[in-house]
Design a protein around this ligand. Structure first.
Ligand SMILES: Cc1cc2nc3c(=O)[nH]c(=O)nc-3n(C[C@H](O)[C@H](O)[C@H](O)COP(=O)(O)OP(=O)(O)OC[C@H]3O[C@@H](n4cnc5c(N)ncnc54)[C@H](O)[C@@H]3O)c2cc1C
Length: 401
């Protein structure tokens, strides 16, 4: 097979890889850029299997990359959808509390949000019910008017078109296999690249290790499952979230709307036993199963109480009944009989820091003058992808200078 060459090679055609391709093409209009994607189309993994929520940016501490990029990302995607006539549901979001302890966390979220410059309103339960009559809350609820919902696959596909219009070449069914001297070996032949960007989602840690990075990290997959409401289900007007456990990066079982106004419960964060364990034996690779399940088990046995608590609680959510019970704590009129249809699950590529012994809460990148690795593009990386990718490209420029 002919060996191709390019200035920049991007591994992974999810929202992060494609947004980086666009940012590179804008910064280096004359450069040749190739995106390789192992699947036959974009959006087979997290970027096409998420809740589609454009987050507002109030969960994250002010020093984080998430805080830095969420608000701009929300604004830019909103403008993108409007300019291209893509679906957008500007339905907002209420965070509700179930007791006094959770009520106090609403103040922490408000404080974080205000520091991050996010528009938020603390409402009494009565005021919140004017927005969504069905909510259940202790005394107050936090309202985020900027939270919206888009169709992630539709948006990803529009961004792929934009990248292609800027000259980016996409190669599908081209899987990164490893390094071969100064070339990258793929299932579609070798590619000689001056610079490699790794945006391989669930496999980013593995790819990074070939380049000498990710020494202190490995990725743990967490599965997010969804339950869809039927026509007769409680008709919600806004997304409803519980107060999250701020010690971990997940947001708890919540209600989100789709762009078309359908209601869904989820997603969960259930430990998955291999990276692409969507259902049955799909994506099963024995070596990956051994490595991943071994890591999950080790963390549970190693006495990490927070991790064990999280894993046990999340496993229970495989039960439809339990999942509906959790959601019913957020709103009145939630009946099990109305939530029977499982949606397409998504899998979060969550980075674990083995040196510090903790789940990484923020985006993590590592790189040098030859390659850059996006290691923890967890939620809300879809929301953040446009400004975050420009940041990654600036980091590349600094390392090339
Ligand atoms: C259940 C769930 C709900 C979420 N909800 C939200 C939300 O509401 N809002 C939000 O902002 N974010 C959300 N997120 C997070 C968001 O979806 C991700 O942060 C984002 O999609 C990550 O994009 P990515 O491009 O890094 O990863 P991916 O979309 O996984 O893309 C990586 C790509 O790399 C490819 N690849 C892997 N290995 C190779 C290889 N060897 N060779 C070639 N290609 C390879 C894969 O096939 C894949 O297409 C959610 C995530 C999940 C899982």
């Amino acid at each position: 097979m002919v060996r191709r060459r390019c200035d920049f090679l991007i591994i992974g055609g999810g929202i992060v890889g494609v947004a980086i391709a666009v940012a590179l093409a804008e910064k280096h209009p004359a450069a040749s850029i190739i995106v390789i994607e192992k699947e036959k189309a974009p959006g087979f993994h997290a970027s096409g299997r998420n809740s589609g929520v454009l987050h507002a940016g109030f969960y994250y501490t002010a020093d984080s990359l998430k805080a830095r990029f969420t608000q701009d990302g929300n604004r830019e995607w909103t403008a993108f959808c409007k300019a291209k006539g893509l679906s957008l549901n500007a339905c907002g979001k209420l965070v509700v509390a179930k007791d006094e302890r959770e009520d106090a966390v609403l103040d922490t979220l408000l404080e974080r949000g205000l520091r991050n410059g996010v528009s938020l309103e603390m409402l009494s339960a009565g005021e919140a019910r004017k927005i969504e009559p069905a909510i259940k809350t202790w005394k107050r609820a936090l309202y985020s008017p900027a939270t919206a919902v888009l169709d992630p696959l539709q948006v990803l596909s529009a961004l792929v078109d934009e990248a292609a219009a800027k000259g980016v070449a996409f190669e599908y069914e081209a899987k990164y296999l490893g390094l071969d001297g100064d070339a990258v070996n793929t299932s579609a032949g070798a590619i000689q690249a001056d610079y490699v960007v790794n945006a391989a989602g669930l496999y980013a840690d593995k790819v990074a290790r070939d380049f000498g990075f990710s020494a202190d990290y490995f990725l743990l997959p967490f599965k997010g499952i969804y339950l869809y409401g039927s026509e007769g289900a409680v008709p919600l007007k806004t997304n409803i979230y519980p107060v999250p456990d701020l010690r971990n990066p997940f947001l708890g079982v919540h209600f989100t709307l789709t762009v078309g106004g359908r209601i869904k419960i989820g997603p969960t964060a259930i430990p998955a036993f291999w990276p692409e364990q969507y259902g049955g034996m799909q994506g099963f690779v024995f070596q990956e199963f051994l490595a991943t399940s071994g890591r999950h088990l080790k963390l549970m046995m190693a006495g990490d109480a927070m991790f064990r608590e999280l894993a046990v609680e999340e496993m229970k959510k495989y039960s439809r009944r339990y999942l509906v019970e959790q959601a019913a704590k957020l709103a009145e009129g939630v009946r099990g009989t109305d939530f029977r249809q499982w949606g397409r699950p998504g899998i979060r590529a969550q980075l674990f820091n083995s040196k510090a012994g903790k789940l990484e809460m923020d985006f993590v990148i590592e790189g040098d003058s030859r390659s850059m690795h996006v290691l923890n593009a967890i939620s809300p990386a879809f929301t953040c992808s446009l400004p975050f990718s420009r940041y990654v490209v600036d980091q590349i420029s600094q390392r090339l200078a």
